[in-house]
Design a protein around this ligand. Structure first.
Ligand code: SF4
Length: 234
């Protein structure tokens, strides 16, 4: 079964999490503060789209309000063919495995890839995310020149020595760019090794992975099945 970027990141944290997403999503509990953080992230992502000036967004909705992936893939293809300068939410699919890139910015004969995160500093899980995107985009024939995180410079960065290449003031917010191309290349190789194996967890007949609760239940993110799994193991 094909997987999305979200599936991949969640499956890497815990295979059982991905299995539950596919087979028993009704068991998940998303705490209100997590939902608020996700909403704030979406808002920050919307602001970031115009950081590099005029842009074209590929998002297309169906009449019922759901995303129209086929139309988004088609629109992305057209924009790339005409060499559009800045493309937001560019959609790609490789053997059905899917991702949407937050921002692609024309860079010579290729594109610089940006992942927007409403966070003050680069984190490993963000680079995992970029590695998956880099894999799908390159398999779709896009030349990726650099991979960067577009972070929130208005948030307090408690860690020393974080890479930061540039601060951009835009629309009343401050964004910072952290280029992580090398690390994203390494994560791309991990993604290539694991993508099809993780996809198998979504098959109808896939057995529930026998995974005990542990550190992965809270890192890098608290799992939405935490109550379900911990109740069962008591
Ligand atoms: S609570 Fe822990 S074991 Fe259960 S699905 Fe989540 S990460 Fe996996």
């Amino acid at each position: 079964m094909p997987i999305s970027k979200t599936d991949f990141v969640r499956g890497l944290q815990c295979e059982k999490m991905l299995w539950l997403d596919a087979h028993a999503p009704e068991l998940k509990i998303i705490p209100a503060e997590v939902q608020a953080r996700l909403d704030a992230g979406n808002e920050f992502g919307d602001k970031a789209m115009s950081v590099f000036g005029d842009f074209v967004e590929t998002t297309v909705f169906k009449e019922d309000g759901r995303l129209n992936y086929a139309a988004m893939l088609e629109k992305t293809k057209e924009l790339l063919e005409r060499g559009e300068n800045v493309i937001c939410e560019a959609a790609f699919s490789w053997y059905g495995n899917y991702c949407a890139a937050d921002i692609l910015k024309k860079d010579g004969d290729g594109y610089a890839l940006y992942e927007v995160k409403n966070a003050p500093a680069a984190r490993k899980e963000f680079i995992v995310d970029l590695g998956f995107q880099r894999l799908i985009l390159r398999k779709c024939g896009v030349k990726i020149t650099t991979c960067s995180l577009l972070l929130n410079a208005d948030k307090q960065d408690e860690r020393e020595g974080q890479v930061c290449d540039e601060i951009i003031e835009h629309g009343g917010s401050r964004f910072k760019i952290a280029e992580v191309t090398r690390a994203a290349r390494i994560e791309e190789r991990v993604a290539e090794k694991r993508i099809f194996e993780l996809g198998k967890l979504k098959r109808k007949d896939a057995p529930l992975p026998l995974i005990s609760v542990g550190g992965q239940c809270e890192s890098p993110y608290r799992c939405w099945y935490y109550e379900h799994c911990h109740k069962k193991s008591e």
